[in-house]
Design a protein around this ligand. Structure first.
Ligand code: NAD
Ligand code: PRE
Length: 300
């Protein structure tokens, strides 16, 4: 339960894995007095109502904005720009408008350019939690518990709007951190976007192999762990790769240089260089796994 006894009318534009999970979490925490949603696919809204994720469906974005205090945009990255502008230009009763898109810079610049006045109530957000699954049927009230959420406000952001979005994520069980928008996109290119590109590339490369059938027959745990995220929605990841193009290209270039160095060490039978790279990576990965375990147990 949240310490703030106030409950809020919350609206979602786009109600898939992330919007649905946040809606469930806010209902469970008692933070939402009501949850309404609009989605471009009417069957999603029917399903969400049936699953108890929402209390009502709005018949348009504009109607939704007239009856909510907090509006959350949770649709695919490339659909975000026109929708966020509609939400801000016709903000109705909303105290704040936020989003969950995985890339922040492009959307932030579009808002500042096209809606400079209403940009103050826009608090860009990104939960660093998710899965390879999509759609409201995969929604999970616990998805954000003990996960980080990054917000990228600027000096123009209304403190009331920022405070409310911070409370919303805290109610969903997340730890909120504010960050510069450019820093966010560079960081996520390295930690999330590059690993997804690598997983897709590896599976695709092996799928083109003449011994494809044997490859997949004999692949086991290591392959499964490395490639789980290649089961993620291809449209979502197409959008993310294009929206974060510059930062992702820089991360890929750096990775290619390091892969090339490993290739040279193998070609030169330089066991010492290989072992040194593998050993330092293992040290860092072990430390990361320990930190994750502590976080999952609630000790940090
Ligand atoms: N899936 C993850 O792991 C994850 C994690 C963090 C952030 N995100 C971001 O969250 C956003 C949503 O991702 P998701 O995983 O919930 O996707 P999803 O595919 O599960 O849900 C997206 C929903 O948006 C709806 N939609 C599509 N186009 C629309 C439009 N033009 N107007 C209104 N609704 C529309 C779809 O019908 C669907 O219900 C994306 O921007 C993604 O980058 C995803
Ligand atoms: O766990 C997963 O499957 C995810 O892909 C989640 C993940 C990530 O890369 O960590 C994916 C995209 C987001 O924007 C945030 C989180």
């Amino acid at each position: 339960m949240v310490s703030d006894p106030r409950r809020y009318a919350i609206g979602f534009v786009g109600l898939g894995l992330i919007g649905g999970s946040l809606a469930l979490a806010l209902k469970k925490a008692g933070f939402a007095s009501s949850v309404i949603a609009w989605d471009s696919d009417p069957s999603v809204l029917e399903r969400a109502a049936h699953l108890g994720v929402i209390d009502a469906a709005a018949h348009s974005v504009s109607a939704l904005m007239q009856s909510v205090e907090i509006a959350v945009l949770a649709c695919p990255t490339q659909a975000c720009e026109p929708l966020i502008l509609d939400m801000l230009n016709d903000s109705g009763s909303a105290i704040c408008v936020t989003d969950v898109a995985s890339v922040k810079g492009e959307l932030y610049r579009a808002v500042v350019d096209a809606a400079p006045k209403s940009a103050a109530i826009y608090v860009p957000g990104h939960p660093i939690a998710g899965s390879e699954r999509s759609g409201v049927a995969a929604a999970d009230a616990a998805l954000f518990e003990r996960h980080r959420v990054i917000l990228t406000p600027d000096s123009n952001t209304d403190p009331l709007a920022l405070g409310l979005v911070q409370k919303l994520w805290a109610a969903a069980g997340a730890t909120v951190q504010c960050m510069d928008v450019l820093e966010h996109d560079q960081l996520l290119a390295a930690t999330s976007h590059l690993p997804h590109v690598l997983a897709y590339a590896l599976v695709d490369a092996l799928a083109q192999s003449p011994i494809r059938e044997d490859i997949f027959r004999f692949a086991a745990g290591g392959f499964r762990d490395f490639t789980r995220i290649a089961s993620s929605d291809p449209v979502m990841w197409r959008d993310i790769a294009l929206a974060n193009r510059d930062a992702l290209l820089a991360a890929m270039d750096d990775f290619c240089t390091r892969l090339e160095a490993l290739r040279s060490s193998i070609a030169a039978r330089d066991g010492a260089a290989l072992e040194s790279t593998f050993r330092s990576a293992k040290t860092v990965r072990d430390e990361f796994a320990r930190d994750l375990a502590l976080r999952d147990s609630g000790s940090s």
